[in-house]
Design a protein around this ligand. Structure first.
Ligand SMILES: [Zn+2]
Length: 465
């Protein structure tokens, strides 16, 4: 995926946000071999070398979508009819899951990742648990579905962390015992933690966790509902063996907290802490319903919190304590999760806007802090700490947001980042570069010719039944 060899590219950005330096004018950006070599502000157009490409608008580092379930994209809109709850939404999601096979999942994920690229997302964390065939039967290659996702990312021109997810039980019973998987859930299960680990090792990651030049391994405990504590150790060991990020859904619903307390006498955070799953390499997703003690535990261990505000609003989950978590020490990242929309700028501003609605106070997170969550901190929690910054040595990913659209026209340089974070949408993304290679040019995906058609072709058969 990255441009190979020493191929040199230069861009001259009218405006660029350099995370360490703020918004600067006339930034001459140079890359070689897929990484940035230099980023120099205040260079006049007359002084740039021949062959330099101009970037009009505000240029950002690549954005990281830290939490995705690609197949949920098929549900967009269809689940907005009627009332329903998180749990009825989940039943509908299972119906879609039950129909996918490696070929159809490749087509769907390719289109979804192309939609992400159009939105400025250069790296996706795919929280993958749709492992097996109908009824839990094994494909000849037990990792065929995961490999389809890796291939989909390559075809869409984005990086992927395949967060291979351990999912063993269907929930916690009233007596605290795990309920067996049933129906569509049978496709998610490996039997136990050791067999999950055997399958993950067969993915063939190298000692650094790399699966391909554009793909690395991540691992996940789906949730305390889906993995009994006695089965969590193989997942944690796998994270250590490959230096792989370890993710888990956490306290999205109060029902999960109640079941965990009843079964184990601790909150889900307390349970993950007890088994040694928390720490700087760990990311908990949602973290919506927490106690004060949970916040201290997560922040104190430097566990990353991935917020998915559009999904959390869509599913009526609630608003997580983002400010308290960040103040306690947890870096924040962002995910589009169920893909109710795919727009990292929307996710970013909703962290602040949700906080305002809950606290009655403005100014909890500035635009730069939200942009960091969408870029450098998002990449770090997916195992790509060398991405998400426009700085020498970083992977050469660029996202240019047009400033001449109806939403942004009239903005001035001092507030360009604030305008983009609080008013731009994915539709304002004009150019995207991944590893020094153009993936989106002038709003058009260069690798997937017609992204809406690709989405339509992949989704319609899934909703027909
Ligand atoms: Zn999720």
């Amino acid at each position: 995926m990255p441009v190979t060899g020493d191929m040199v590219r230069r861009w001259h950005a009218d405006l660029a946000w350099l995370p360490a330096d703020g918004v600067r004018s006339g930034v001459l950006i140079e890359a070689a071999g897929g990484r940035f070599v230099s980023a120099r502000p205040d260079v006049r157009a007359a002084d740039v070398p021949a062959g330099t490409e101009r970037l009009t608008g505000l240029t950002l580092p690549g954005l990281a979508n830290a939490h995705s379930h690609a197949f949920h994209r098929a549900l967009r809109g269809a689940v907005q009819v009627g009332q329903g709850t998180f749990w009825t939404w989940r039943d509908r999601m299972y119906q879609v899951a039950s129909q996918l096979e490696p070929d159809s999942y490749l087509a769907l994920a390719r289109a979804v990742y192309a939609e992400m690229a159009l939105a400025g997302i250069t790296c996706v964390g795919e929280f993958h648990y749709l492992h097996h065939a109908t009824g839990g039967a094994r494909y000849t290659d037990e990792n065929q579905m995961g490999r389809a996702l890796i291939e989909a990312a390559a075809q869409a021109g984005v990086r992927i962390t395949l967060i291979d997810t351990c999912y063993l039980s269907g929930g916690l019973g009233n007596d605290g015992s795990p309920e067996p998987l049933a129906g569509p859930q049978l496709r998610f299960g490996d039997g136990d933690g050791d067999r999950w680990a055997q399958r993950v090792h067969a993915l063939g990651a190298d000692e650094h966790g790399m699966l391909a030049a554009h793909a690395r391994l991540g691992v996940a405990i789906h949730s305390v509902r889906a993995v009994p504590p006695g089965q969590m150790h193989p997942v944690i060991a796998c994270s250590h063996a490959f230096g792989a990020p370890l993710h888990a859904h956490l306290s999205e619903q109060t029902a999960e907290n109640q079941a965990c307390l009843a079964a184990h006498g601790v909150t889900p955070t307390g349970l993950l802490d007890r088994v040694g799953a928390l720490g700087p390499r760990a990311t908990v997703v949602h973290a919506t319903h927490l106690t004060g003690g949970d916040i201290e535990t997560l922040g104190g261990s430097r566990t990353v919190v991935c917020m998915c505000p559009t999904t959390e609003a869509d599913l009526a989950d609630g608003v997580g304590p983002a400010r308290a978590l960040a103040s306690a020490g947890s870096p924040l990242s962002l995910g589009s999760d169920s893909h109710a929309v795919i727009d990292l700028l929307e996710e970013a501003r909703r962290v602040e806007l949700g906080e305002r609605l809950v606290t009655g106070q403005r100014g909890n997170f500035g635009a730069a802090a939200l942009a960091r969550a969408a870029s450098v901190d998002g990449h770090a929690c997916l195992g790509w700490p060398e991405a998400g910054e426009i700085a020498p040595g970083a992977l050469a990913d660029l996202v240019t947001v047009a400033l001449d659209t109806p939403r942004l026209a009239g903005i001035t340089r001092p507030t360009a980042l604030e305008s983009v974070i609080f008013a731009a949408t994915a539709a304002d993304v004009r150019d995207v570069v991944v590893g020094g290679r153009d993936v989106v040019r002038d709003g058009r995906h260069l690798l997937v010719d017609d992204v809406p058609a690709a989405l339509g072709h992949a989704i319609r058969p899934l909703l027909a039944s």
